[in-house]
Design a protein around this ligand. Structure first.
Ligand code: SAM
Length: 240
């Protein structure tokens, strides 16, 4: 893993290109996500505990949109004695190349694959994780992806979805200002915050908690619960 500091939006840009998970972002992504997503490290620990509880022998575990593999490794550390296969998928070549270079000493084995998760078959899974990935999938493709995930999960198994949420106007204003304070506390300047916001606006499309929950219920998930929230970021556990 690398610990390069994210300064991608530190200088005034004449044109702000759409945000992409490219080589430049991959170089600083560890730093970017911990400084931008409140509670990220604590959430990784939750994934370890959920993996301990839900992963079953002779199944697959998928980390969809694995970026640099932080969540994938957190899952692995919860199931070192379970005979299963962990698969981390990401469509970004820059991200997956870094994942494939991670030294693998522990079991269960992890395979990192460069692929579009909307076009990849998933099978026999006891745990599937979408950690801040669904928000980058076009809204029109989200139901089909979640239906595919549901079909791949064995009964009683777990889907984890972490997302930035959209709230009603008043709540949104409060939570946005707290999120801004979090980023300032992590030494992002107002210029960096506003340029990044503009770059990501058309790429990260948040939905309300109600939209997420109703869609998961309609697909067939039995129990859906929020297990983690930090300002406008939440994580849900949906059990098949
Ligand atoms: C915010 S990052 C995820 C962070 C990561 N899960 C973690 O916990 O560190 C979103 C990731 O989803 C990936 N992604 C977006 N759309 C994708 C798709 N259709 N197929 C595969 N990966 C995708 C991006 O390349 C990016 O690496």
């Amino acid at each position: 893993m690398n610990d390069a500091i994210d300064t991608l939006y530190a200088k005034k840009l004449d044109i702000i290109p759409d945000f992409q998970f490219d080589e430049l972002v991959a170089q600083v992504f560890d730093n970017m996500i911990t400084r931008s997503v409140p509670g990220y490290e604590a959430l990784l620990n939750c994934l370890t505990l959920i993996a301990q509880k839900y992963v079953k022998p002779n199944t697959n575990v998928y980390d969809l949109g694995c970026s640099l593999g932080k969540a994938t490794l957190a899952i692995q550390s919860g199931i070192i004695n379970v005979n299963c296969h962990i698969i981390g998928l990401d469509k970004s070549i820059a991200m997956i190349q870094r994942c494939q270079a991670i030294p693998m000493q522990q079991k269960p084995p992890i395979t990192f694959i460069q692929a579009n998760i909307c076009q990849t078959p998933l099978t026999l899974a006891s745990m599937i994780v979408l950690n801040f990935t669904l928000q980058f999938i076009p809204i029109t493709q989200r139901t089909a992806l979640l239906e595919k995930i549901y079909q791949a999960l064995i009964p009683g198994s777990a889907l984890i979805i972490s997302e930035k949420l959209q709230f009603s106007y008043e709540k949104q204003a409060i939570l946005d200002s707290l999120h801004q304070a979090y980023k300032q506390q992590n030494h992002y300047s107002d210029l960096e915050i506003s340029q990044k916001r503009e770059a990501i606006a058309n790429q990260l499309i948040p939905e309300t908690l109600n939209t997420h929950t109703e869609r998961l219920k309609k697909i067939g998930f039995k129990t859906i619960t929020v297990f983690f929230q930090h300002f406008n970021f939440i994580s849900m556990l949906a059990i098949k």
